[in-house]
Write a protein that binds this ligand. Structure first.
Ligand code: HEC
Length: 188
């Protein structure tokens, strides 16, 4: 039950956190699209997704319409059924995961910024303490929250969430390796 609440919490926080182009979107393009959409390999459909070529794809009527993910061919093509002729990547191979689709959707809806995380700054280095003893914690699927470390309990870490003041037990396995290390080094 507790972990379910936290899952919701991380998800809720996640929607408020801006998607970072370099650390979250570029890896998706590199792993799933560059084989056919990069000047370093092949450029199919006249679509190159390299950082310096992307601006050509962004704008009204183009593949990426800032703020309008559901109208952007880029997202639409990635969410088509496997047997659709336009599905990307083609033939249902190496499809984007739901998490990747969410990132792509979030990034476009937040304005498809190529310079960083839009509204909120990129996550601080794992060990940088924020105000009032709060630190940044990253879940293993990339969501960031700010919380104060209250101790370890079994396989969980007690985190007092800065925005709500409520302490939750977060299973260590829900955290990124960096945040797990941060929890362990916080217990002296
Ligand atoms: C195996 C090769 C391949 C991969 C991998 C691939 N594509 Fe494509 N893509 C194509 C081809 C070929 C076309 C042109 C299709 C056409 O014109 O009918 C295309 C066209 C597109 C278009 C339409 C371009 C336009 O202006 O009409 C979009 C958007 C697109 N791809 C996005 C992606 C994204 C995003 C990824 C990665 C998640 C991806 N593709 C991965 C081969 C690929």
């Amino acid at each position: 039950m507790k972990s379910r609440i936290l899952l919701v919490l991380f998800t809720a926080v996640g929607t408020a956190t801006a998607v970072d182009f370099k650390s979250q979107i570029v890896p998706i393009f590199r792993n799933k699209c560059y084989a056919c959409h990069s000047v370093t390999k092949k450029v199919k459909g006249k679509l190159a997704l390299d950082d310096d070529k992307l601006p050509e794809q962004i704008g009204p009527g183009k593949n990426i319409i800032p703020g309008e993910a559901m109208k952007s061919t880029m997202l639409i093509n990635c969410t088509l059924p496997n047997d659709d002729a336009d599905v990307m990547p083609p033939d249902g191979k190496n499809r984007l995961t739901d998490a990747e689709i969410d990132l792509l959707k979030g990034w476009i809806n937040e304005g498809a910024s190529l310079t960083g995380g839009g509204a909120s700054p990129a996550p601080a280095p794992a060990s940088a303490p924020a105000a009032g003893g709060a630190m940044k914690w990253t879940s293993n699927d990339g969501k960031v929250i700010e919380a104060e470390f209250m101790g370890l309990q079994g396989d969980g870490v007690l985190l007092k969430i800065s925005s709500t003041g409520v302490t939750h037990i977060v299973p260590l396995t829900r955290l990124s390796p960096e945040s797990q290390a941060q929890a362990k080094s916080a217990t002296k």
